[in-house]
Design a protein around this ligand. Structure first.
Ligand code: SF4
Length: 408
């Protein structure tokens, strides 16, 4: 993995992003912001899942007026998670007319394609940037290929027509995305926004194009970058596509904050997009959020589905207990637990893990050796393996990660 590309530290409320800081996980609500109760409930769920920043839609006066109540409710319940206001079309008006609400936001997101048409675009953009300077807030200039400034697109298409060998339509869009980001970044800095209050994004929904546009942008600026595959799609397609795109860029040291723009399944938790981000960062070894379960896929050697149920119950136990563990056992997030299906790779993988169990495969003796720190410590048998292994896991965590008390 390459070294992180250097970017300035950008403070967003209590969170700081940039190359000197961990990559930040963020998400966005899908509740009507004017509905304070629903929005607060969802923000808490996102924060509980690991979202360190949460963006909310601020589309009209009612939404803007709700921001102070949302902030107050979160603070009263012990949720300091910084809020980002997402502005399109009327951000310049809302941020000017509701300064108390603007003050409750930690960052403003502005889409340069939706700031205003014709000769209104730059003055309205300036009003937003000046509000950020006045309130000392960060701004994300979020270019999105679904809402690119038509003037910039037309210019890129004209330039392409003049080439002896015209570029593909995707390449023209990449040029237009970069032009939009460059122009808006230059304008924001010229108005007086410090670079350490600025974040850029250039989101596209095609994985290859998205990787290319960010790679190019990263060569041209050292402003902090927010990564995301826009309109990524439903759960499996969206999370896998996003993970590929984010993974390629993060591996090159590009990116200071990430979001997965997943379409939720009906009734599914909005927090899935947060778990997608934390899983990517943890899988790449960039951050740890919860103990990892290493488990094999199973095969014709697997004895019944006992090992699948054990792997699932360990994961469920971690999900349900992690918040308690984090308070009691600092560092527990880096733990690895192996749950394996037979003797072929079971003992080896279990020894690599901090704690592991190898269940018996078909025709093996019905015993499950348990390993801690590379050594076999006991063997479990019978119907109580699941409960006994969870007890061993709890004891291991307690012994290894308990806060050391200073008794002097
Ligand atoms: S560890 Fe055993 S059960 Fe699991 S995939 Fe490998 S051979 Fe199959």
């Amino acid at each position: 993995m390459k070294k992180r590309r250097h970017t300035p530290s950008v403070r967003i409320g209590s969170i700081v992003m940039g190359s000197a800081h961990p990559i930040v996980v963020q998400s966005m609500t899908n509740t009507p912001t004017a509905d304070v109760e629903k929005t607060v409930t969802q923000i808490k769920a996102l924060a509980d899942a690991g979202s360190e920043l949460v963006r909310i839609t601020v589309n009209d006066a009612k939404a803007m007026q709700a921001v102070p109540a949302i902030r107050a409710s979160l603070d009263a319940d012990g949720y300091p998670v910084p809020l980002i206001g997402d502005f399109h079309y009327n951000g310049h008006i809302l941020l000017t007319e509701y300064p108390d609400s603007a003050a409750c936001l930690a960052k403003f997101r502005v889409n340069p394609g939706n700031v205003g048409k014709g000769n209104r675009r730059d003055p309205q953009f300036e009003m937003i940037i000046k509000a950020a300077i006045q309130h000392k807030k960060a701004v994300r200039i979020g270019v999105n290929w679904g809402s690119l400034d038509p003037v910039i697109v037309a210019k890129a298409m004209d330039a392409n027509q003049a080439l002896p060998v015209p570029k593909s339509s995707t390449d023209v869009m990449i040029d237009a995305m970069l032009d939009s980001a460059r122009q808006s970044e230059a304008l924001a800095l010229a108005i007086g926004l410090p670079q350490d209050q600025l974040v850029l994004s250039v989101k596209m929904s095609d994985v290859s194009a998205m990787v290319r546009v960010y790679e190019q942008l990263a060569k041209e600026t050292d402003t902090a970058l927010h990564l995301g595959l826009t309109e990524a799609g439903g759960q499996q397609k969206g999370s896998i596509s996003s993970a590929i795109a984010l993974g390629i860029l993060l591996h090159q040291g590009i990116g200071d904050t990430i979001r997965m723009s997943l379409t939720p399944s009906p009734g599914a938790s909005r927090a899935e997009e947060v778990r997608g981000c934390t899983t990517v960062l943890q899988a790449m070894g960039l951050r740890h959020f919860a103990p990892s379960v290493v488990s094999c896929p199973g095969c014709g050697r697997t004895q019944s589905d006992a090992f699948i149920r054990l792997a699932e119950s360990i994961q469920n136990h971690i999900d349900q207990t992690i918040q308690t563990w984090q308070k009691q056992y600092p560092g527990v997030e880096s733990l690895t637990v192996a749950v394996m299906g037979c003797v072929v790779n079971g003992p080896g993988e279990s020894k690599h893990a901090d704690i592991g169990i190898s269940l018996p495969g078909i025709s093996e003796t019905p015993r499950a050796p348990v390993y801690m720190d590379g050594k076999q410590v006991t063997t479990l048998r019978g119907d109580g393996i699941q409960a006994e292994f969870i007890q061993l896991l709890e004891r291991y965590i307690q012994d290894r990660f308990s806060k050391k008390l200073d008794c002097d």
